[in-house]
Design a protein around this ligand. Structure first.
Ligand code: 0O2
Length: 207
């Protein structure tokens, strides 16, 4: 059996798949509580929407190959941080850091890694705050820490990223220099408007 086929079978074993699903459920429940708490304190919705996925076996294999790793389940479980992923879209860019701060305060969750692509956007123009967290999944006597990647971004950052994914990210068009420059320019423009909307909200808040 090819390693790819083996990886697919292993990740789709119910006890493996359900552990990732369980970690996502636990983290999403916490994020709903965080949203309710912040919404009450600020008197406005903070999280616009949330989505989650378990990375498909095909996508896992492609990522392992891209990273020069063996296409095996062990390599995926050991080296990939985003087999389980949650995307949190906030209305405003300052909300992102508040949500992240609340995640850091959760006693039973370990923040293992942070990547701030807002303060340091990617060359493509991609912006988001990524937190890799360890979520304990307990079953009978065993507790396993499952890594979950949480991408937190504003509505405007999400708009750019969704369109970039459709047109450029991992696509041939994205490798063309003129296209790359243009999409980066739009990221800067959108970030500018995002900042202005935040300023307007702050003005209104202080009125
Ligand atoms: P998909 O299909 O979204 O799952 P790490 O192993 O933690 O050190 P990793 O995961 O290799 O780091 O890289 P990174 O850059 O921290 O995060 C990668 C994820 O961010 C991607 O996942 C995308 O979801 C998103 N991303 C990164 N750069 C871009 C970009 O230029 N455009 C868009 N639209 N999204 C981006 P995957 O696995 O590549 O894809």
């Amino acid at each position: 059996m090819s390693p790819e086929r083996q990886l697919k079978e292993q990740i789709e074993t119910p006890m493996v798949w359900l552990r990732y699903a369980c970690a996502i459920d636990v983290m999403q429940a916490k994020l709903r509580l965080i949203n309710a708490d912040l919404t009450e304190r600020k008197n406005r919705q903070v999280i616009r929407n949330m989505s989650a996925r378990i990375k498909s076996p095909d996508s896992i294999v492609k990522k392992l190959i891209r990273k020069g790793r063996e296409a095996t389940f062990r390599a995926a479980a050991d080296t990939l941080n985003d087999i389980a992923g949650i995307r949190v879209v906030c209305y405003f860019s300052d909300d992102i850091y508040q949500v992240a701060e609340m995640i850091r305060k959760q006693k039973d969750i370990r923040v293992l890694k942070e990547k701030d692509y807002i303060k340091h956007p990617k060359k493509s123009g991609y912006q988001s705050l990524h937190l890799i967290v360890g979520v304990p999944v307990a079953y009978l006597e065993e507790t396993e820490e499952i890594r979950v990647e949480i991408q937190i971004r504003s509505f405007a950052m999400d708009y750019w990223a969704e369109l970039d994914t459709q047109m450029c990210y991992k696509k041939d068009a994205g490798k063309m220099e003129n296209v790359g420059l243009e999409i980066k320019t739009y990221s800067d423009l959108i970030a500018g408007v995002d900042g202005q909307m935040l300023e307007l909200r702050r003005k209104i808040d202080n009125m």
